[in-house]
Design a protein around this ligand. Structure first.
Ligand code: PMP
Length: 288
């Protein structure tokens, strides 16, 4: 496997960063997870815009321009002969000393990995996921804005561990106020009385690229969509529920904390959204 690392393509065995890299020492860095479908990088410009904003928010100057980021992402896929892949683009603060100070890190490191993707088993797309609410709260925008896709994922990892302890593959994380923020690595949507509803970024949701695709799909299929403050009550009483993410795509949810949602099976609007999403991934994007 060929990895792009700071200006060169190297074998995966040689793709190494320093133990003094602040990405490793402090989680000081940003990343993107991107998909390649049939030779199209799905919504690459949107991912790169979020990558640039994440970097800007932590005052990290990316070493590459937008055009160079496009080239690096596509070339990493080409070098590995991939037409379908999961792409991980990472920028770290770079090598510094053992203190926090990012200004002592001389130059950021940027790498790109393109690899095969492991998906949720197909049965969950057909029958829906059973998820739980975990006790760990999603970190609030005033502490560390969840809109920054940073290398600090410990909050989500604690949620993921708890989900597993409760026997679930994904979990809803509430914010400090008790409103639904998002899942550990996915955004949350419910359908209620013919409307699609989702928490806003100010409640602690990442502005997911898949999430923003759902807004376009809702318009296409003529279903109203809006951002709301969502409680667990709203999920209990929803007609349908689904999650979105680059890895998960659009996945129906049929149970929360052991309670059935709606009819206890993937709902009709979720299925229309999923069908539209599967059409779109093949045509929307940057051709390799
Ligand atoms: N929330 C979190 C915390 C995430 O890490 C992700 C990405 N896996 C998402 C939501 C979904 O965002 P996207 O659709 O851009 O993958």
């Amino acid at each position: 496997m060929k990895i792009y690392l700071d200006g060169r393509f190297v074998d995966d065995a040689d793709a190494k960063v320093s133990v003094f890299d602040h990405g490793l020492l402090y989680g000081d860095g940003v990343f993107e997870g991107i998909r390649l479908y049939g030779g199209n990088v799905f919504r690459l410009e949107e991912h790169l815009e979020r990558f640039e904003y994440s970097a800007k928010a932590i005052l990290l100057t990316l070493p590459l321009s937008r055009k160079e980021l496009v080239d690096v992402t596509c070339e990493t896929c080409r070098q590995n002969g991939l037409t379908d892949a999961y792409i991980r683009l990472v920028a770290t603060r770079g090598v510094g000393d053992l203190g926090l100070a990012p200004w002592l890190c001389a130059k950021p490191s940027l790498f790109c990995i393109a690899s095969k993707i492991s998906l949720y088993p197909k049965e969950y797309y057909d029958n829906g996921l059973a998820i739980v609410t975990v006790p760990t709260r999603r970190i609030g925008p005033a502490a560390l804005p969840p809109t920054i896709k940073s290398l600090n994922y410990l909050n989500n990892i604690l949620g993921k561990i708890e989900a597993k302890q409760f026997g679930a593959l994904e979990a809803i994380m509430l914010n400090e106020q008790g409103y639904v923020a998002e899942c550990t690595a996915d955004n949350v949507f419910i359908v209620h009385k013919g409307e699609i509803l989702t928490p806003s970024a100010s409640q602690g949701a990442l502005k997911g690229v898949t999430r923003s695709t759902i807004f376009d799909i809702a318009q296409e299929i003529g279903v109203p969509i809006r951002e709301v403050n969502m409680t667990r009550y709203d999920v209990w009483c929803a007609d349908e529920c689904f999650l979105t993410g680059t890895g998960a795509e659009v996945i129906p949810v049929v149970k929360l904390d052991g309670r059935e949602i709606g009819a206890g099976k993937p709902g009709p609007i979720t299925q229309r959204v999923l069908a539209s999403f599967r059409r779109r991934v093949l045509v929307e994007g940057t051709r390799l």
